[in-house]
Design a protein around this ligand. Structure first.
Ligand code: ADP
Length: 281
């Protein structure tokens, strides 16, 4: 690693990659990976050369979301060659670490690797993911960041140049409060926040089409005398609101079977859920 004068590792640009956009959430389970993969596929569908880097080292979901597995091969420069599906190049910790598979009885064998070794493996793999992937020329690399606002995010930001970030939240107050914390983190890291995505914004009944706002009482509500909600926070922070994604069983189903909605509904005319992702991209 290059060192700057202050002894900190010097940030590097990822070779051959024009822009790195991090998709983040301060809280787990709000749909960060789902948004990241559908955004990346939306760009790829527009002919933009796109890659997806799964930096969620402790819970990589890109292999499942893109229906990819197997160890990537190394090229002549000892760089990892991304795995590709649906025209999207991807790299994930899930391809690098041995998977602990359940056996026929459903038992998952205990990982007996000493914790210190596991830590080293993770650090080494993370370094490889950030610096030794042969992406080839890319216009944009979408990075699925691990959830949270702690050391891992800081370390990643110290190692590579992140050109912009997208914050994913649900309308729920506690998720939104964390999203605001995420905004603070990017501000400290001097990474421009491109905007916020409101996932699971509403549930559209597949039978009657009625829309229910499950996680909020609606923007424009007041909490302790202040206007609450994602739109109000965006306005307050001066951040762009990028759009809504509905809470939709099909989005979840598509994710589980490894064919994200942007691809799965490609030939479905007027798919509102697909269009929601495309609009954000
Ligand atoms: P995170 O990366 O924030 O942990 P995930 O993208 O893994 O979140 O999503 C968590 C779960 O919620 C997954 O099972 C995913 O399929 C589901 N999910 C995400 N967004 C939606 C949505 N808009 N509608 C329905 N299910 C969703």
């Amino acid at each position: 690693t290059f060192r700057s004068r202050r002894g900190m590792p010097e940030k590097r640009k990822i070779r051959d990659v024009k822009k790195v956009v991090a998709v983040s959430s301060a809280k787990g389970g709000v749909g960060k990976s789902t948004v990241a993969v559908n955004l990346a596929l939306s760009f790829a569908r527009r002919g933009i050369r796109t890659g997806l880097l799964d930096a969620d080292i402790f819970g990589p979901s890109v292999p499942t979301l893109l229906n990819l597995s197997g160890e990537p091969r190394l090229d002549e420069n000892n760089c990892l060659v991304p795995l590709t599906n649906y025209g999207l190049k991807s790299m994930s910790m899930g391809y690098l670490l041995p998977q602990t598979q359940a056996d026929s009885t459903g038992e998952v064998p205990m990982d007996t690797t000493p914790i210190s070794w596991r830590g080293l493996m993770v650090t080494k793999a993370m370094h490889q993911l950030l610096h030794s992937v042969s992406w080839g020329p890319l216009d944009v690399l979408i990075m699925d960041l691990p959830p949270g606002t702690g050391d891992v995010q800081l370390t990643i930001n110290q190692e590579i140049v992140i050109d912009g970030s997208v914050i994913v939240t649900t309308p729920q107050d506690i998720a939104l409060r964390d999203a605001v914390r995420g905004f603070g983190m990017f501000k400290r890291m001097e990474v421009p926040v491109l905007g916020m995505v409101r996932n699971m914004a509403y549930f559209a009944c597949p039978n009657c089409g009625h829309e229910t706002k499950i996680f909020s009482h609606g923007d424009g509500d007041h909490c302790h005398g202040e206007e609450s909600g994602v739109l109000a926070q965006c306005k307050r922070l001066g951040v762009d609101f990028l759009g809504d994604i509905p809470l939709d069983a099909k989005v979840c189903e598509d994710a589980d079977r490894g064919m994200p909605t942007v691809v799965a509904e490609e030939s479905v005319e007027r798919s509102a859920r697909r269009q929601a992702f495309l609009n954000i991209a």
